[in-house]
Write a protein that binds this ligand. Sequence first.
Ligand code: M6R
Length: 607
Amino acid sequence: MCGIVGYIGSRDVSTTLIAGLRLLEYRGYDSAGIAVAATGGEISMRKRAGRLANLEGVVGELPAGSVAGIAHTRWATHGAPTDLNAHPHMDEHGDIAIIHNGIIENFAELQRELLAGGHTLSSDVDTEVIAHLVEDAYQGDIRAAVAAVLPRLRGQWALVVMHRKEPGRIIAARREAPLAVGIGDGEQFLASDPVAILEHTNKIVFLRDGDLADLQRGGVTFYDAAGELLTPTIETITWDGAAARKEGYDHFMRKEMDEQPRALSAAMMGRVSSNGIAIGELDAITPALAAARAIEIVACGSAYYASLTAASLAERLLQLPVRVTVASEFRYDPPPLSSASLVIAVSQSGETADTLGAVRIAKSAGATVLAIVNAAGSSLTREADAVVLLQAGTEISVAATKSYTSQALVTMLVSLDLARRAGKLSAAEVRDWSAELLTIPAMASAALDASDALPDIARKYFGAKGFTFVSRGAGLATALEGALKLKELAYIHAEGIAAGEMKHGPISLLGADHPVVAVVLQSPVLPKLVSNLMESRARSAPVIAVLSGVGEWASFATDAVVIPAARHEIAALIATIPLQRFAYEMALLAGADIDQPKNLAKSVTVE
Ligand code: M6R
């Protein structure tokens, strides 16, 4: 949520910062801004509401020959997305420029204090108070001033600060919001996500909570929360440049959908073979796995739905309670937790504030935390006791696609491996599962091909009042995810619901102008689901069905997309692919911005 880039060095500062922002724009895109410091110290700033292109149009007005700069792409929390509210923010004298990701929870109290002290605040943004507090604390050393102000703030921050009197210096600090320093040769970089700077340096220091970094052209000094000098851990990150390019596609989303067979194959690499299933990363927590008496899965949005796909399988196999909870609820109303709890946090970015909050609650209660995550090096990977990486590659489109199917698959693999380790799956059962799991990439390719029916189906139903997505069992997660995709991408109201619940209320919505989208899989509840769909047809509702191995049962469908037959847990995962395409085609018809839907951001780093 929001992107930060910073640079000190001899490259053209504005060009370097804007190039970094382009790679971060998917993180927040309602306004953008940049501040650069000239050798003599003067700080020049430009800010524009709307997409980054608006800022790019005015960045040429900045003076050449700057020595350092900071830039931001914003997702509004406090204050509307206007030019004025865009970051950076300055004190009234133009001495201090500051960019902040996160929320300052006590900003109203600090604002009152500053106003009483004679300050003039010009924006509606919580961040601005920090600029004025630093102004008051400044006595010739910007690091000391920032360090003095931090204890007064409550909330979360990734913060970068420059002062007019110290043009060759940027101070960076973090608490519960990601920020990384890129170490160069005679130049230094900052980014909220290293993807923005990896083309310049792959030597990255991830700041930890409470850390502060003092960047100067010749080097970076790191301090811990107590102000003590710190020897940083410099990580070498591999840069997947292709992932950040569309490579001939119109949209990242479409490219990432097509990458699913490869991503699913990568998720199984070294974990599933014809001989069985073994996830080596779990070895590190073997005693905790053996001691676990309950499994709590926490996640948000699509990651939450992906986790649901495998949850009842896990419960059935392990004969343990397995609960999936939205992280924003879990963190403030946790279930009973103890050292006998295994908490599995599922996240693409590994930076989702609510998921991290839930993990901290779990850890403080003595639970063991396993992270299933895509972004290597993210906060979640550092906080968990064990980490299983998705290996899906960078996902740029805000809508989760390849990360969703990979999350569903890896959660399933973990469930199966836990059952194997607990002796609850026989060797023959493991081999059966493995054989079928290994066909998933081919099934995903077939589902992508079958999805070519979706442009016509989307045209047929574009203009409907709303859509109800239904299924039963493992397919329910897919229905929920399908509805979310349609809402977020095409801005069309859609609801995902357990088909058996239709008759308890939602069926009133149905009619010729309100279709049902059904995920129909070969499962013990298939006849029940078919009855629910016949009830929908009896109310004139068209039924658009994704069918897996359903054969003669399919007469209820007005429109059908047939995907390969498989066990219902696996078919549920594959059935997501046509629903992604449906939402994509509807979004095209709606003229929506597919990769950057309105009001959203890729990584939700605020509560
Ligand atoms: O990075 P995470 O997986 O933790 O993100 C969680 C949700 O914000 C995310 O899945 C969101 O719902 C999707 N981008 C929607 O497509």
